[in-house]
Each structure stands twice: as C-alpha cells, then as structure tokens.
Design a protein around this ligand. Structure first.
Ligand code: FAD
Ligand code: NAP
Length: 556
C-alpha cells in the first residue's frame, strides 16, 4: 500500500452486483461525495477507480511543491458542518499531502472506501437503447449493467507528455508531474531537466532546484505567476472562518468563481496611475490568484489587462537578477489570466540560483531526446532525470480515453470531433443517462472546483431522485438545448480575453485538438441559477422517457 494513501485497515467490501442503478467512475472529490449522496438515496451503485486510493488529482499529482491555489479554508467540502468545523488545515494554501490526508479522512469518516473498487479502470461504456441501460466494462474483464453512468473522472486527469523523438533511448529516469511516483524521487545531486513552465512546473521548480545538483528548465511559453505567500493558519483566522462558515460558503456559491473574497468594483482604467500601482502592490503583497480580482475588468478589457500584465512583468524584472533571463520569464504574448494564472513559492527567485538555467525552446527547440539527455537547438544537454511538466489532455482527454458509445453506437469521440458539445456541461445529446461532473460547458476549471463539484453532485443526485419518484427511465439532453447552450457558452467566452490565448482551456496544448473554449465562463453563481431553473421546470431541455414521462406525453 502507498505511504500516503490507504493505510487504513482492510475494509468490509460491499456486494458487487452485476446490475445496479448507477455506475460512478472515479473516486476523487467528485466520486467521494457521490457515494455519500447515492447511499442516502438508497440507490444501488458501483464505483470504479483506476488508482489504488482516493483523492484523484491529489492522489496522482505528488510532485515536489504541489499545493492548492485556492485557500485551504475554501478548498474543502461544505456539505457537513461537523466535518468543516473539525478539520484543521495547517497553512493558508494546503500542500498536496495534506489535501490527500483530507480526502482519506473523508473516506474513512463516512466509511466510503467499502463502496470503491480500486485499481479498476473503466475501459468502455456502451448504451443499450432498447434496455435503457449502460453496459460498463472494466480492465478486470468485468461488465456491469447500470441505468445511469456518472463520469466523475476529473478535468485534469489525463497526463500527457509530448512524443519527442528518441525518448525511449534515454538512459536516465523520466517522470510526469501528474503521475509522480508515490514513493517519491531522490533528486539529490542529480542533473535534472524540467520541460514546461505551467502551474505544476512553477510549483515544482523551486523545490527541485534546492535538491538537484543542477536544474535546467525548458520553457516554451512564459507564465504569469503571483507569489502564493502561504503561511501557517493562525487560530484567529481559522476561528473567524469557522464561526462564519455557513454564510461565507453561501456567498461563495453565488460568486463568479466560487471563492469568498473581495472583488473590486473598480475599473483599472478609472483610477490614477498611482492608485492602480498601490492596489496592485497590495494584492501582490497579500499573494495568491486573487490578484486577478484587483479590478473588475482585467479579464475583459485589454487595456485594463495590460496594466496588470505590465505590473507583473516589472516585479519579475526586479526579482530576477540576470536581465536576459528576466526578459525570457516575462510573459508578453497573451493577456494575464487567460492561461491559468499561477501561484508560486519563490519561482522567479529560483532563477537567481547558480545551479539553475533557463532555456528558451522557441529559440532552441528540443530536437530529440538522446541516451544522455536531450538536444535543444545546437546544444546537447546531459541529464540524469527528465521531468515532464507538460500538462494534461484537459477536460475531454479522460472521457475520450474510454470507449463511450451512445444511442445507435455513436462514439463520444465522433460526437465531440469538433470539440465537446454538452448541455450545461452535464450531459451530451445522444448519450442518455450519462452525467458528467464538472464536464466541459460548466464552470469547472475556472472555479474553486470544490464548489462546482458539490453543485454538480447535488444537482445530479436530486435529478436521480426526481426521476426515480416518477419512474422515468431515460433522460437525454435535446440537441436544441445543447446547441443553444454551446452558442451561449461561446458568446460569453468571446466577450472576454480568454480565447485570445493558446491555452489548454482552448485545447491549444494538444496538436490537432479542436480549438474551442471548453469551460463555461458565465460565472458559478449565474450557472447555478440556470441549473436550478432547469430542474424546477421539470428538467427543461432534457427529453424524458418511461414512467410518468410517458403518461404525460400520451396525455398531451
Ligand atoms: P479527479 O480528482 O481528477 O478524480 C478523478 C478520478 O477518476 C481519478 O482518481 C482517476 O484515477 C479516476 N478515473 C479517471 N478515468 C478513469 C477510468 N476510466 N476508470 C477508473 N477511474 C478513472 N482545483 C481547484 O479548485 N483549486 C486548486 O488549487 C487546484 N489545484 C490543482 C492542482 C493540480 C496539480 C491539478 C492537476 C488540478 C488542480 N485542481 C485544482 C483541479 C482538481 O482537479 C479539482 O480541484 C478536483 O480535485 C477534481 O476532483 P474530481 O474528483 O472531479 O476529479
Ligand atoms: P499546463 O498548464 O498545461 O503546462 C504545461 C507546460 O508544458 C506549459 O508550459 C507548456 O507550454 C509546456 N509544454 C507542453 N507541451 C510542450 C512541448 N511539446 N514542448 C515544450 N513544452 C511543452 O499543465 P500543468 O502545469 O500541469 O497545469 C495544468 C492545470 O492544472 C493548471 O492550469 C491548473 O488548472 C491545474 N494546476 C493547479 C495547480 C495549483 O496551483 N493549485 C498546480 C498545478 C496544476 P505552452 O504554454 O507553450 O503550451
């Protein structure tokens, strides 16, 4: 068993019927909460998890320096008052081991583990339209029949490493940040390469630099990063949160990104240069990604955004001593925040270390990986370890790695050939009775994910309860509702600066992936209201069949 995961004593396993009401795929924070809710509903279900423990993202991403960029007091479940009062976070931004401990604590506290089949990957899900059931297959050779299938598979759970020529010839060790060995990696004194400078790399680089003999960072696109300034939680701060938890959580649920913190009502262009500078300096000093809420228009107005980007570039030039390195690190080609803004702990300072070097792979492309290291431009670099911090096939990758076939045998890959199309990010037309938790077309990765996960799980399980009460056997997004939602999603996205960046939100990190803005940027609060209104109207935009739905149709 892994040191950080299931060291709990063996747990009583539930019966494993071949026919159930619901199959859940994934046991991250989405899957764990689903188990609790499905149990309360008294539905029969099975849960498959590819990993050997719970926690999803926090189970897999154990790279050095991994931590949350949402404040600890807010990156947690809100569904249980005792849980949120009793759990203690150590820092303002929790490190990965602590978040994994929290996931394990929740699993134990609510006795969830007995419902999960670990080390079991779902390989296929085919819809039998005549039976109105999904046939779900696993890599253990089992097939389960379920009325509903809930994909709690995560948005950032399909790690990808570019296929550099010669990779297999490398004689050293290679790792991906998103699949870091559970026993850890000894980098002491070694010559290490990190490829990539996204959020994962920016967290890992300062820690790796301290341990490695020498670190070379290969950068394709520089990233904007704000110091996280994580610090121990004071008892006063914790008490203040805990005595106001219910109220603050409720406010957060109706904000744009699901976080409780001050958002400015000012435009960056409506204040004097001195005032703007003071406000940015204050935010920079406080730390964290809330920097982006210093003014209300940083995500939508290029001129306003330029002021923030310029401020961050100036901080980088102040921190990094070598002017050429500073210039390479200062992002210029896309608006700040349109690629996920990073939060770091000493990232830019790391380039002042004598054992760290930055290589710009735009000027010196990685041509091949060799037995000894890699060749970038004309230079051969020798390494003992290569770390791929090259990200994920985000939002769609994990789902498309499963052979999903809907009504009439159409594959999800075909249905999403031009990019994901969903109604509310919850369902796709042609794939009845299959729900996605934080799917493309919902706020998901643009939000505090815990808030979005709870909202989706509550909505889906309320829906299952409603369907059961009415004997409804089939629910499917209509094409009209889906088309309208996709159009609305695009309309809102293109009012912002986001689509102008070659980000993973746009699918731009994967060659050949369709360029569409995948998450819904209309805001967590607005989105919640829309979902609630759809439910209150008898699941408007969904076609229902069986039980009361058939009777109503016959009466019409
Ligand atoms: P996941 O945690 O991804 O869990 C999905 C699970 O499904 C995984 O355990 C996976 O093994 C399993 N699975 C997938 N496919 C299959 C299959 N075919 N068969 C069986 N099992 C399968 N969000 C924030 O809000 N704030 C943050 O600070 C933040 N930091 C992050 C840091 C990193 C490094 C990453 C990668 C993501 C971060 N996120 C953050 C997003 C994070 O993914 C979510 O916050 C949240 O943990 C997602 O939970 P989930 O259960 O929906 O998905
Ligand atoms: P990422 O943001 O996609 O970054 C991947 C990096 O690898 C980018 O710098 C990218 O460059 C580079 N890259 C990709 N392919 C390459 C290639 N062929 N050659 C050279 N470089 C290449 O991935 P990530 O850092 O793992 O983060 C993914 C997301 O997970 C984040 O955006 C965030 O949502 C979440 N996350 C959050 C935290 C946190 O702070 N809590 C930490 C880690 C991750 P380009 O930019 O040029 O594509």
């Amino acid at each position: 068993m892994d040191a950080q995961t299931n060291d709990a004593p063996a747990v009583r396993q539930e019966a494993r019927p071949a026919q159930v009401d619901v199959v859940v795929v994934g046991a991250g924070f989405s899957g764990l909460y689903l188990i609790l809710k499905l149990r309360k509903l008294g539905l029969s279900f099975r849960v498959f998890e590819a990993g050997s423990g719970v926690g999803g993202t926090w189970y897999w991403n154990r790279y050095p320096g991994a931590r949350c960029d949402v404040e600890s007091m807010q990156y947690s479940y809100s569904f249980d008052e005792d849980l949120q009062q009793e759990w203690k976070w150590s820092e303002t931004f929790a490190p990965q081991p602590e978040i994994l401990d929290y996931a394990n604590h929740v699993a134990d506290r609510f006795d969830l583990r007995r419902s999960i089949e670990f080390e079991t990957r779902v390989t296929a899900a085919h819809y039998d339209a005549a039976a109105r059931r999904w046939r779900v297959e696993t890599d253990r050779g089992e097939a389960v029949s379920a009325r509903f299938c809930i994909m709690a598979t995560g948005c950032l759970s399909a790690p990808r490493a570019p296929e550099f020529p010669g990779l297999e010839s490398f004689r050293g060790e290679t790792y991906h940040t998103g699949a870091w060995p559970h026993e850890g990696v000894d980098l002491s004194g070694k010559r290490v390469a990190v490829i990539g400078t996204g959020s994962s790399a920016i967290q890992a680089i300062p820690v790796i630099a301290k341990e490695a003999g020498h670190l070379t960072v290969f950068q394709r696109t520089p990233n904007y990063s704000i110091p996280a300034r994580t610090k121990p939680l004071t008892p006063e701060y914790e008490a203040e949160w805990k005595s106001n938890y219910a109220e603050r959580r409720e406010i957060a649920r109706h904000t744009a990104v699901g976080n409780y913190y001050d958002r400015s009502k000012l435009s960056a262009l409506d204040v004097s240069d001195e005032e703007r500078e003071r406000i940015f300096k204050d935010r920079w000093a406080v730390g964290g990604t809330r920097f982006m809420t210093a003014f209300k228009d940083l995500a939508v107005n290029q001129a306003a955004n330029d002021t923030a980007a310029d401020f961050v570039r100036r901080q980088i030039r102040e921190i990094v001593k070598d002017p050429a390195t500073a210039e390479l690190l200062a992002a210029k080609d896309y608006p700040i925040g349109t690629k996920r803004i990073c939060a770091d702990s000493g990232y830019f300072e790391t380039y002042n270390r004598p054992n760290v070097r930055l290589v710009d792979i735009n000027a010196h492309p990685i041509r091949e990986i060799t037995a000894e290291g890699l060749v970038a431009g004309e230079e051969a670099h020798g390494f003992d370890v290569i770390v791929f911090a090259t990200g994920f096939d985000a939002m769609t990758g994990t789902l498309l790695r499963i052979d999903i076939r809907g009504r009439g045998g159409e594959t999800l890959a075909d249905a999403w050939e031009a990019g994901p199309r969903t109604y509310l990010g919850l369902m796709t037309a042609g794939f009845p009775n299959m729900f996605m938790i934080t799917g493309p077309g919902s706020p998901s990765v643009l939000s505090n994910m815990m808030v979005s996960i709870e909202q989706h799980v509550d909505w889906v399980t309320d829906c299952l309860d409603w369907l059961r009460d009415r004997g409804v056997e089939e629910m499917e997004a209509t094409l009209e509702a889906q088309d309208a939602w996709v159009e609305h999603g695009n309309e809102v996205a293109y009012k912002t600066l986001y689509p102008s960046a070659a980000s993973w939100y746009m699918g731009a990190n994967i060659e050949g992936k369709p360029r569409v803005f995948m998450p819904y940027i209309g805001g967590v609060g607005v989105y919640r209201e829309k979902c609630d209104a759809v439910a209150a109207a008898g699941y408007e935009g969904f076609r229902l069949a069986g039980g009361a739905a058939d009777k109503e149709a016959a009466a019409d």
